[in-house]
Design a binder for this molecule. Structure first.
Ligand SMILES: Cc1cc2nc3c(=O)[nH]c(=O)nc-3n(C[C@H](O)[C@H](O)[C@H](O)COP(=O)(O)OP(=O)(O)OC[C@H]3O[C@@H](n4cnc5c(N)ncnc54)[C@H](O)[C@@H]3O)c2cc1C
Length: 527
């Protein structure tokens, strides 16, 4: 019989951090269940390989949302990592923490232990294991023009976009070390796997939490064609991410009673908040034909590929060791704001002729091209997700509900206008031959909004579907990340975020897992 002090479901960003921290002192045994395979494949270790993982069902859950009325009925594509390291093994590796006041409200949702200054201590602890690499020396030369363009608009040059409260334009730091992706599997899990008290099972898909009354006792999971059970002497900890943690709870009879009954699931605890409050970042890209060569000329032609491959083989650097999101910023799209409200991305690469279902970073457009992108930091639209069946193999119904508020519509139009202003500055005007998308016939705000509805998409940051908060009726976990109404069950992943941070969500998830480990072990805030 499989038994451990702690069972962690999901070896993603958070699960790998937890597995390391909970086994470090040697007192506890941990069983880590991961539905996906090992991460020992080139497409994951090689940073640019995320183009391949983007549509690879071997390592990706590849979710589709419901048709989005505000996005012309388009169905969003929501990749999620299904492999050791989870989404940190397939993401774009941009390492940022967010804005100061992102975390100001977390203490209200939790308790004083979630105060922004305490959370900084957890960011700092995560930093010792996984901090973003400075790749400014290797970034494409056009990044400089982008930064100069931002400065011309009055944005400061920000030397460290990854810090809490970053303000201005600069180079992103990338989760990479020695030319290889630095997922939490590589940074946290690999070293811990040498410990006798950690057992990791891959290909182990948790299908149900084993309940005894209102007490979580273990996990049922499928490995190959076999159904197995594992029992927790201490706790079951869900780290299955914002889509799968609420899904597993609902499959186990913990969730909104109406939804559970609809799918023939016995209600163990009626928790209406599970799956609600879904938040995500929506982004709009403007695509330009460039007068100067871009990464398209390095990654497209065979001689370019040979050159970058040789560079990588000899020096472990160059475009293959990077993300395509090389520069960007946190800026204000209008005067009078206390803090940045817009994240910018500059990618010196374009792939406009890509058929749906492909993201060929190594097969970009043949002409030189690049992307400017704007992502409003703190959207106010809220969506939800729920199981679509009692069968664990069926993906959940995901309703992002993007652009449901006037505020969000206004912000993304401002983002689009800001990209136009950047493109009109001296440094970029000299480089741009044509704006390919949205294109010259898109002029008014109404045109821009129509273009946004036609083309805007997620940047893959769903959070808050098992929100931490103090109201049992609408929130899911308490300040200790314990599921309300259930004993022995916690959630530690991006689903507990009380609200979406301004930027990319991987570093904040690591921070939550660092704190979650201390909560489980009963430790105080690190000094
Ligand atoms: C394509 C993409 C690009 C992104 N780019 C960036 C970026 O550049 N920078 C950034 O900061 N963030 C980025 N993100 C977001 C960031 O990676 C996520 O916010 C973060 O990884 C979430 O961590 P998590 O631990 O909550 O979930 P995940 O890392 O997704 O981990 C969940 C794990 O649980 C496993 N699991 C799920 N269900 C089960 C089950 N039933 N049984 C067993 N195992 C299960 C999954 O397979 C997975 O390994 C990106 C995400 C994606 C998908």
């Amino acid at each position: 019989m499989l038994e451990a002090d702690y069972i962690i479901v999901g070896a993603g960003t958070a699960g790998c951090v937890l597995a390391n921290r909970l086994t470090a002192c040697g007192r506890f045994t941990v069983l880590l269940l991961e539905a996906g395979p090992s991460d020992t494949r080139l497409q994951i270790q090689l940073p640019i390989g995320y183009g391949m993982s983007f549509f690879d069902p071997a390592v990706n859950w590849m979710y589709r949302t419901e048709p989005e009325p505000a996005l012309q009925g388009r169905q969003g594509y929501w990749p999620r990592g299904k492999v050791l390291g989870g989404s940190s093994s397939i993401n774009a590796m941009v390492h940022v923490r967010g804005q100061d006041h992102d975390f100001d409200t977390w203490a209200e949702a939790g308790d004083s232990g979630w105060r922004a200054d305490h959370l900084k201590a957890y960011f700092a602890r995560a930093d010792q294991i996984l901090s973003g690499a400075d790749v400014s020396g290797q970034a494409h030369s056009l990044c400089k023009d982008f930064i100069s363009a931002g400065e011309e608009l009055g944005f400061a040059a920000e030397p460290d976009l990854s810090k809490v409260g970053a303000d201005g334009v600069g180079y992103f730091r990338i989760a990479m070390r020695n030319g290889l992706r630095l997922s939490t599997a590589r940074a946290y899990l690999r070293p811990a796997m040498k410990r006798q008290n950690l057992r990791v099972l891959t290909g182990a898909h948790a299908t149900q939490i084993v309940m005894e009354g209102l007490h979580a006792k273990g996990v049922r999971f499928q490995q190959g064609s076999e159904m197995k059970s594992a029992f927790a002497r201490g706790e079951v900890i869900l780290a299955a991410g914002s889509i799968n943690s609420p899904k597993l709870l609902q499959l186990s009879g913990i969730g909104p009673a109406g939804t559970l009954k609809k799918h023939g699931i016995d209600v163990v605890v009626d928790r209406p908040g599970i799956g609600q409050n879904l938040q995500d970042h929506l982004c709009i890209d403007h695509v330009y034909k460039s007068r100067l060569p871009t990464l398209n000329q390095q990654l497209g032609p065979w001689f370019g590929k040979v050159k970058v491959a040789l560079r990588y083989a000899l020096f472990r650097n160059g475009p293959l060791s990077l993300s395509v999101n090389q520069a960007g910023g946190f800026v204000r799209s209008r005067p009078g704001l206390d803090a940045p409200n817009m994240q910018l991305y500059f990618s010196p690469l374009s792939y406009t002729r890509t058929p749906p279902g492909v993201r060929p970073l190594m097969r970009p457009d043949t002409f030189p091209g690049f992307l400017l992108s704007a992502q409003p930091c703190r959207p106010t639209s809220r969506g939800y997700l729920e199981i679509a069946s009692g069968d664990p193999a069926i993906p959940p119904k995901i309703v992002p509900n993007a652009l449901a508020t006037e505020f969000d519509i206004g912000e993304i139009i401002e983002g689009s206008c800001l990209l136009r202003q950047l493109a009109a500055t001296g440094p970029l005007r000299n480089v741009i031959e044509t704006e390919l998308q949205p294109g010259g016939n898109v002029i008014s705000d109404a045109d821009l909004l129509a273009d946004i509805r036609q083309r805007a998409s997620t940047v893959f940051h769903p959070v808050s579907t098992c929100r931490m908060g103090q109201n049992e009726q609408v929130d899911v976990v308490d300040a200790g990340l314990r599921v309300y109404g259930v004993e022995g069950l916690r959630i530690v992943d991006a689903s507990i975020f009380p609200s979406i941070p301004s930027g990319n969500t991987n570093a904040p998830t690591m921070m939550v897992a660092e704190k979650g480990a201390d909560l489980i072990l009963g430790k105080g805030v690190p000094s």
